[in-house]
Design a protein around this ligand. Structure first.
Ligand SMILES: C[S@@+](CC[C@H](N)C(=O)[O-])C[C@H]1O[C@@H](n2cnc3c(N)ncnc32)[C@H](O)[C@@H]1O
Length: 294
């Protein structure tokens, strides 16, 4: 049963002394990679411990400590900033950070006036994140719950952020693709299998490892046969990519970005919005068009 998107508590004690059987692949792989030492150095250099150690709260996490499915390695602040920039967050959004660590992504969003929530399995980390939010004066906008990220309800988020693992991203992918079209998903460095990002950017200033922000927009479901102003539009969809025909002409440059759809047929560019079983928009030259799924 999904845990609701509100504070709940799971009584567990995962910490740096967690048993090795609880250590995820990322933990073992990360430690065996030469780059990992550099990540630790870089993370520490970016004041990781400064945010992690909040006055009034004594828990001090170690970079690389075990977590349930992923170790704790904090996202460097310039990458947090880039992730939120790529997602183009506004006060209308609700940000959800999956595996929120010391709370930096949630707190950064809250400081920009955006409601943000973190889900963290380690109760000590969640408590630390709350203390950090308090210290930064954003505890009303930045909330945290102790829970397993696989068990929570994602449906209230308009932006989901994560720094997990490729395998975990792929496990989450079916759930992410069922979220409302237009929901943005942003990952630090790790991909989402063959669902290619809509945008990505690498931060070169102030970051030496895990510096790439990747952003996906959950696409509308457009596959099927549509009746479009007296012609049959047939669409095949793979994530945000489309192919198909309009009448007897193949469409080209066809793409979805959330609810936005665009394609070219017979030399004409069509742009519009998908809304369930209906679509409408404007063709090049200004003529309006509409379609219904049949
Ligand atoms: C790589 S750290 C990223 C922390 C933070 N999001 C950031 O970018 O700085 C991953 C975090 O996920 C947490 N975590 C691991 N498995 C989890 C699970 N199944 N549910 C919730 N949190 C989890 C870890 O404790 C750790 O704090």
């Amino acid at each position: 049963m999904p845990v609701p998107f509100v504070t709940s508590s799971v009584t567990l004690s995962v910490s740096s002394s967690a048993k090795s059987s609880a250590m995820p692949a990322f933990h073992r792989r990360a430690r065996s990679r030469p780059a990992f030492a550099a990540v630790l150095v870089a993370a520490l250099a970016f004041g990781t411990t400064a945010l992690a150690q909040s006055p009034g709260y004594s828990y001090t996490p170690d970079v690389g400590q075990a977590g349930k499915d992923v170790v704790w390695v904090p996202t460097p602040q310039p990458v947090v900033d880039k992730m939120l920039e790529l997602a183009n967050i506004t006060p209308k959004d609700t940000v959800l950070d999956l595996g929120s660590g010391d709370g930096r992504t949630v707190i950064t969003a809250a400081k920009r006036g955006v409601k943000a929530h973190g889900v963290e399995y380690n109760p000590d980390m969640a408590a630390l994140a709350r203390a950090n939010a308090e210290k930064e004066g954003v505890s009303k906008m930045a909330t945290f719950q102790t829970a397993d990220l696989f068990e929570i309800d994602l449906s209230q988020a308009t932006v989901i952020t994560m720094f997990l693992l490729p395998t975990i991203n792929e496990r989450l992918r079916p759930k992410l693709l069922e979220l409302p079209a237009g929901t943005r998903v942003v990952s630090n460095s790790f991909p989402m299998g063959d669902w290619k990002p809509d945008r990505s950017e690498t931060v070169s200033q102030g970051c030496s490892n895990y510096c790439t922000a990747l952003m996906w927009v959950v696409p509308a479901k457009a596959a099927g046969t549509w009746q479009m102003d007296g012609q049959r539009l047939t669409l095949k969809q793979s994530f945000q990519n489309l192919e198909g025909t309009l009448g007897s002409n193949a469409i080209s440059d066809a793409k979805l970005e959330g609810k936005k759809i665009a394609f070219t047929a017979n030399g004409v560019r069509y742009e519009g919005m998908v809304d369930g079983n209906a679509m409408k928009g404007t063709a090049a030259g200004g003529k309006t068009w509409s379609a219904r799924k049949s």
